[in-house]
Design a protein around this ligand. Structure first.
Ligand SMILES: [Zn+2]
Length: 243
């Protein structure tokens, strides 16, 4: 694919994502007003998550699927408590096909965005959850790709609304290594995938740094962050229930 085509795709997804997020947010707010007027409460919203674990050059999985479960449970616990969103794991799977080196050991942040534009993230997109055209992409899962090593000090990375996938480093799920084990990174990257920017408050989930084992970031969210999450097209609104 040409650079121009890839750039067009990345930009179109970003713009399309923004437009969908805005209209979806209005609908969500309207449902809340309607439910309040008719004596109903809105049940928890749902975020579907796919997890794919890459395999190295020798075909060895980077980690066991079960090793990712505690971080997924943590994501569910944090998003339910702070935002009324439950996390449903729709797929948790090892990709047996050996991944190419640039997928195993990707670059971070702006360089990852550049690689996406240059068509170098094809392996991730090939294994991400398919977009459901019938529902206009509302409720499309976020795909979490477990990679071997991200360049620099970064252990997780998201391209925000321009991609439906995030990457996290396998060492985050290695409970035998307290210096790298960190359950907050997966849910932090989900936050980015749902449009949340960084926040300079150590107690907040979107604080940029987290240093295991003693300097982990907090998992709190502010009400405006909760509102952004609910306006996101990946989040399926809860259904109205009688009070
Ligand atoms: Zn971040």
């Amino acid at each position: 694919m040409s650079v121009v085509t890839n750039l067009g795709r990345t930009a179109a997804r970003a713009v399309g994502g923004l437009a969908l997020d805005a209209s979806h947010g209005v609908l969500t707010a309207a449902a809340g007003v309607r439910a309040a007027a008719t004596g109903h409460t809105i049940g928890p919203a749902t975020l579907r998550v796919h997890v794919v674990i890459l395999s190295d050059e020798a075909g060895r999985p980077l980690c066991a699927p079960e090793a990712v479960r505690p971080a997924l449970r943590r994501a569910d616990e944090v998003l339910r408590r702070e935002a009324g969103i439950r996390v449903r794991v729709a797929r948790l799977q090892v990709i047996d096909e050996p991944a190419p080196p640039r997928a195993l050991d990707p670059r971070a942040n702006q360089l990852l965005l550049l690689d996406d534009v240059l068509g170098r993230t094809e392996f991730y997109r090939r294994h991400e959850a398919p977009v459901d055209v019938a529902t206009l992409a509302v409720g499309t899962p976020v795909t979490v790709v477990v990679v071997r090593r991200i360049a620099g000090r970064t252990t997780g990375c998201s391209l925000g609304i321009s991609a439906d996938w995030v990457i996290v480093q396998a060492g985050l799920f290695d409970a035998a290594d307290p210096g790298s084990y960190d359950e907050t990174v997966l849910v932090h990257e989900l936050g980015h995938a749902l449009n949340l920017p960084h926040r300079r408050d150590r107690r907040n989930l979107m604080f940029p740094e987290s240093s295991p084992p003693d300097g982990l970031r907090g998992t709190a969210l502010h009400p405006w962050q909760e509102a952004i999450l609910h306006a996101n097209r990946h989040v399926v609104p809860g259904v109205a229930q009688p009070r």
